[in-house]
Design a protein around this ligand. Structure first.
Ligand code: FNR
Length: 179
């Protein structure tokens, strides 16, 4: 049974991206478990802090969940046509210590949602050098960039759009076939 660690790159309570991740968990094929990781407790990366105290507990937890998972699902907002700092900060921390070994060869699915008309296309592209540097295996068999998110999620950030849910279901099923 494949286990996928899912991370949303937004701290917002009614986040579209966190909602998209929950929807992914709900539509995953039978026998596949998408386990949602927590990035709220990850502090800002500080090399002095790392030298003095090692990796924060929140980072160690994420690393061990990544290690145990068969794949990583990243659901990323787009900020200023690029990666949100909060999410990059988490991934940067996770790459420290023995982190690279957990990312190396790990299948990664990358999706995102935005209220704009382009649905995180540039944000997703901005992740490419990071995922390459971490030696991940980015899945390129399909893409999901949810645009106009304001009309596709409710006020709590739950996905309400059936077409997007169907696309998500198909995409995850295709990804899972490769695991
Ligand atoms: C944004 N937003 C945004 N959206 C987009 O499509 N392209 C962009 O370049 C940006 N830039 C941007 C910068 C900053 C600093 C903020 C705070 C926001 C809007 C963004 O997509 C929107 O806030 C989403 O709601 C963020 O995702 P969550 O939090 O709903 O998951």
């Amino acid at each position: 049974m494949p286990t996928i660690l899912g991370l949303s790159g937004s701290l917002r309570k009614a986040s579209f991206n966190a909602g998209l991740l929950r929807a992914a968990r709900d539509v995953a094929p039978d026998g596949t478990s998408i386990e949602i990781g927590e990035i709220h407790d990850v502090p800002l990366y500080d090399a002095d802090d790392e030298k003095a105290n090692g990796l924060p507990e929140a980072v160690k937890r994420l690393q061990s969940r990544l290690d145990a998972a068969d794949a990583l699902l990243m659901v990323s907002p787009e900020y200023n046509k690029s990666i949100p700092g909060v999410f990059k900060n988490t991934i940067d921390w996770m790459s420290r210590g023995d982190g690279l070994k957990y990312f190396t060869g790990k299948p990664v699915m990358l999706i995102g949602a935005s209220p704009s008309g382009f649905g995180t296309i540039l944000g997703q592209n901005a992740w490419l050098p990071v995922l390459r540097t971490l030696r991940t295996r980015l899945w390129t068999g399909g893409q999901l960039m949810v645009s106009g998110a304001g009309d596709k999620f409710d006020e709590d950030g739950n996905l309400t759009d059936g077409e997007t849910r169907d696309q998500l279901r198909k995409l995850i099923a295709e990804f899972v076939k490769t695991l």
